[in-house]
Design a protein around this ligand. Structure first.
Ligand SMILES: *Cc1c(COP(=O)(O)O)cnc(C)c1O
Length: 395
């Protein structure tokens, strides 16, 4: 069996997304800035895509900026808010310890530029509260940036309430919604969001394509200088095939959120319950305020990397957490942020499902994980010490 359960890292493109792309490579390949017909056709397509994306998010077309993906959108949102803050003498930024590196590394850069960054603690259940945000906001706060849903442990933050707190205190609110859009309902107006990042390849669209939503009136700072594309806010010939494909994938994903939800939740919960039968294992992140396709579990006494390799031998493509940290020996900053000790954080497994997962596949994954964990514990000196009482169990 071959089972891909790393959809939080990236997804397979859907036929809908692939088909939407082809005409803009084969026929309508003009440069949208050109004046002749095939250029203007491409420009019309872009206008159409902008309207359709805006409709899905609940905003106006002019509030949509097309980018090269989630990372670029995150960078531009933060750099823009910081520039606006600096102009008003406000240099305090609030975020959390478990953001994606596109946020955390941009915040590091802003710190070097003289901004004060405050990272809120995340509770053991993987959630931050609106009360924490309210308590942290100061007169010199220029930005709150908190992710909609976490890419490793899948927890969904109370974004609407956090947005309301920011509105009331007149502080800009950005959310990295890369894991949320297309998977759970998101509406920028209802959710009180000023800026939002999304990425096409997380909802069966193409890689290298994303969106920054910015509420009208917010002046963006350019990250990429050059031509006057995207009303002068993002230079570079527009990725028309990617944008058309992303738009189709977005509409398709959002249209199926409701219809697929029950199946996906049932599969997720079957997987969680099955794997938690393994002794000394624990679910990371809140059980209910959680993406419908996310499972993240730690096992005492094993190394996540060896677990992944052995699962790969069984045809299962999974992850230990973020794609960006795999290959490094540091445990996940997300698991450390929710208070898992280093030893436990090392033994993590993330399974992120797509809608087409079957019960048969879920049962195969459960059986495989059980077998592999038992095998690894059998050869683990740490596990031997734990069993002999020479070390204390954490979980
Ligand atoms: C994948 C991801 C990103 C980065 O998006 P890219 O399009 O790959 O640049 C940012 N934030 C989160 C939460 C993600 O999951």
């Amino acid at each position: 069996m071959q089972i891909y359960v790393d959809n939080a890292a990236t997804t397979k493109m859907s036929d809908v997304a692939i088909n939407a792309m082809i005409p803009y490579m084969k026929e309508c390949y003009g440069n949208p800035s050109s004046l002749y017909t095939i250029g203007q056709k491409a420009m019309e397509a872009l206008t159409d895509a902008r309207e359709r994306v805006a409709k899905v998010l609940g905003c106006e077309p002019r509030e949509i900026l097309f980018t090269s993906g989630g990372s670029e959108a995150d960078n531009q949102a933060l750099m823009s808010a910081a520039a606006l803050g600096e102009k008003n003498g406000k240099k305090h930024i609030i975020s959390t310890a478990f953001e994606h590196h596109a946020i955390l590394h941009t915040l590091k850069k802003l710190e070097k530029m003289g901004f004060e960054v405050e990272l809120l603690d995340v509770h053991e259940n993987g959630l931050v509260t609106p009360e924490q945000v309210a308590a942290a906001i100061r007169p010199d706060t220029c930005l709150v940036t908190i992710m909609y849903a976490n890419n490793e442990i899948g927890t969904i933050q109370p974004i609407r309430e956090i947005g309301a707190v920011c509105r009331e205190k007149k502080v800009l609110f950005h959310t990295d919604a890369v894991q949320a859009v297309g998977h759970i309902p998101v509406n920028v107006k209802d959710d009180n969001i000023d800026m939002l990042s999304l990425s096409a390849h997380k909802f069966h669209g193409p890689k290298g394509c994303g969106v920054l939503y910015f509420r009208k009136g917010i002046r963006l700072t350019n990250i990429i200088e050059g031509g006057a594309q995207e009303r002068g806010k993002r230079a570079g010939t527009e990725n028309v095939p990617g944008i058309m494909s992303m738009t189709a994938a977005l509409e398709d994903a959002v249209a199926h959120i409701d219809t697929n939800k029950d199946h996906l939740l049932a599969m997720r919960d079957r997987l969680i319950d099955g794997i938690l039968e393994i002794p000394h294992s624990i679910l990371n992140g809140d059980r209910t305020s959680r993406l419908p396709g996310n499972v993240n579990i730690c096992f005492e006494g094993i190394e996540g990397e060896s677990l992944l390799l052995l699962l790969d031998d069984k045809g299962i493509s999974a992850s230990s957490g973020s794609a960006c940290t795999s290959g490094s020996l540091d445990p996940s900053h997300v698991l450390l942020a929710i208070g898992r000790p280093h030893e436990v954080a090392h033994g993590s497994l993330r399974l992120s499902l797509s809608d087409d997962i079957t019960a048969e596949e879920v049962d195969y994954i459960i059986a495989s994980v059980k077998e592999v964990v038992e095998l690894l514990r059998g050869i683990s000196p740490v596990w031997r010490d734990l069993m002999a009482g020479k070390k204390e169990f954490h979980i």
